[in-house]
Design a protein around this ligand. Sequence first.
Ligand code: ACO
Length: 310
Amino acid sequence: MKAGIVGTGHYVPDNIVTNKDLEKIVDTSDDWIRTRTGIEERRIAPDEINTSHMAYYAAVDALEEAGISGEELDMILVATVTPDMGFPSVACQIQERLGAFKASAMDISAACSGFIYGMVTAKQFIESNTHKNILVVGVEKLSKITNWEDRNTCVLFGDGAGAAVIGPVSDNRGILSFELGADGTGIPHLHQTQEDFIHMNGREVFKFAVRQMGDSALNVIEKAGLTKDDVDYLIPHQANIRIMEVAREKLDIPVEKMSKSVDKYGNTSAASIPIALSEDVKAGNIKEDETVILVGFGGGLTWGAVALRW
Ligand code: ACO
């Protein structure tokens, strides 16, 4: 028995902010943002929709796809760096709303790699046979820690939530291999400031990301006993199309076999991979028995990847 994804879900706020809208608030241009990042627009949540609300909506969608109720959950893991408050965790907030009173609940802080960290944590509990259904959510309201006067960062980020139910699947399916990593020496390049804003040295993060995304993807392929030719679909963290393209080229994956939503949502940190996954599943882009690679990097610095058989 292996741990695999048995349901996916996502939620993005309705409010669209285009590059043209940002031209009105900082010294930037639609052309600069598109060519440097691939981003065309992003979703920004209104005041009344906080992180826990988005997490709840994505969770409801994932439970529905999995065909289970909140009562059947054994654990809730929420990956976020933008919780509603320091405590209680977003996981406890949605546990109450989902009526998941059998479930233990905690948040995971691993920035954009958080959803992969959550999946790999869930896998351990499922495969040790102590838990059956684990909800993993990646959610961010980055707009509340974005400095809207800093053009270096404010053009990059967006809000949203993605979720997956992880449960037991047959032996030849599910999570085949994983890699998790962290390097605290990278903290100066990407962190939250005293004023609560995102500080980023874009060039340093870019250099790290292009190296790490390709390396981690290749590592999980090898650990699963596969080769690049066996990979059918790639879901990279949606940070910047140029970073995603380097990973795709390292894996020799055709353009149409790489998930792309960075153009419409920007970088939603921990939410980016599960939003992409849920949209791909709903669009039928991933077929049974296909091999899928999920790979991400983020603040910490952190990184993670999994190889999955769908
Ligand atoms: N509009 C116009 N000009 C800009 C903007 C903007 N929005 N932002 C920066 N510039 C300027 C810079 O000031 C710089 O000007 P200068 O040369 O006069 O100093 C110039 O554009 C070029 O800057 P570069 O750093 O060379 O641009 P680069 O090609 O590296 O692209 C970018 C910048 C998009 C930020 C890129 O470095 C990148 O994507 N880095 C990785 C970001 C990332 O993925 N972060 C993950 C964070 S996730 C998390 O944990 C929340």
